[in-house]
Structures are given as C-alpha cells and as structure tokens.
Design a protein. Structure first.
Lengths: 111, 114
C-alpha cells in the first residue's frame, strides 16, 4: 500500500465549477500537507501549505486537512481554464527530509 | 530573489551511459533535494544534500549519486543508465528563509534513455 493515495483522474469540469481534489494517507505521523500545481512538462509549483488539521484559504483555493480520517482536500472555486494542470498532494512529518507525493490528479477546465 | 534553476532542460542518452544533471538552489536556501518523476507518477525522493553532505536517501541504487557545492548548487549523477531511468528529474530547495517543509522546485530536466 502506498503511503499517499490520490485519484489520478482525469477530471474535466466546465469553467466556473467548484473542483474538489482529494488524497488519503496511511502514516499518522504526517503533520505537514501541501498541494502543488504542475503544468505540462514543468516543475511542481507550491500552491498551498497547511500544518496539522484545519482549513486554509487563499483566494479561490481552500485546503482542508482531517487528520482523524487521514484525508486532505483542495477546493478550487470559480475554476478557470488556466487552472488546467496536474495537482499533486504532498506531505511529510517532523524530522523527515523528504516529501511523500500522491500520483497527481489531472484537471481540465473547459471554457 | 532567483528561483531554482536546472540544466540541461532535455537530455537523450543511451543505455549504459553516464549523465550529470545540475541544479542551482533558490537564493538563501542551503538544502537541496532531488526527485525522480516518471510519466504519470508523483515525484519520488532520491536524496537530499545539506552543507555539502548527503542528508537522507530514498530507495535508489548507489549508481545514483550527488554532490553539493559551497554555493549550495548541486549535481545528480547517474551511472550505467537503464531504460527505466527515463523520467523528469526535479531539484527542490529550502532553507532558513522558508519552512523546512516548503520545498520549492525547479523546472526539471527531462532525461530520455534509449
């Protein structure tokens, strides 16, 4: 079993839709949770960073962490065609020197 | 402030050859990590360098090796290339100016092994 599971999609939505992306994980020691956006043939770009449980909002993006369920989510409101990319969840624990990534979900927002 | 840069952008090698990839960390960052991202997969941790020494390694064989220089730039060397080494190789850096978990990635080097 992988430490981080993420539905690879692909996911297609119309412009303006609310998008929900999710990851589950198995290691209860994970405390730091990140979402990266990766455009085709580019490096991942840090989108959201959350410590422990709770919500964090940044513009159209909201990250949620539920440590009791080992489940994290990224919500994108009023999705735009420029949001079309692969979204990677990543996480780590205190003292670790590496990130553990999901496989990424490929999102397409249709104009 | 400059971001993480990597060179070359693309590289084609044949099986059995050796390759060196380069990374310049973001200004102020003293820690560099290397990741391998196969097509359709998430990045996999190869190793990390801090103050010119290896500081953790993922599940990769010894033919994957690295260096970090006094200016915190880094190299990834891969010997005896195999077809499965074809991937996007990503460098990430962080340091005193960011949380240890906020790793910032470069654009990657796409390696194709024929």
């Amino acid at each position: 079993q992988k430490e981080v599971e993420q539905d690879p999609g692909p996911l297609s939505v119309p412009e303006g839709a609310i998008v929900s992306l999710n990851c589950t994980y198995s290691n209860s020691a994970f405390q730091y949770f990140m979402w990266y956006r990766q455009y085709s043939r580019k490096g991942p770009e840090l989108l959201m960073y959350t410590y422990s449980s709770g919500n964090k909002e940044d513009g159209r993006f909201t990250a949620q962490v539920d440590k009791s369920s080992k489940y994290i989510s990224l919500f994108i409101r009023d999705s735009q065609p420029s949001d079309s990319a692969t979204y990677l969840c990543a996480m780590t624990r205190t003292g670790a020197n590496n990130l553990f990534f999901g496989t990424g979900t490929r999102l397409t927002v249709i104009p | 402030e400059t971001g993480v840069t990597q060179s070359p952008t693309h590289l084609i090698k044949t099986r059995g050859q050796q390759v060196t990839l380069r990374c310049s960390s973001q200004s102020g960052h003293n820690t560099v990590s290397w990741y391998q991202q196969a097509l359709g997969q998430g990045p996999q941790f190869i190793f990390q360098y801090y103050r010119e020494e290896e500081n953790g390694r993922g599940n990769f064989p010894p033919r994957f090796s690295g260096l970090q220089f006094p200016n915190y730039s880094s190299e990834l060397n891969v010997n005896a290339l195999e077809l499965d080494d074809s991937a996007l190789y990503l460098c990430a850096s962080y340091g005193a100016t960011s949380g240890g978990d906020e790793q910032f990635f470069g654009p990657g080097t796409r390696l194709t092994v024929l």
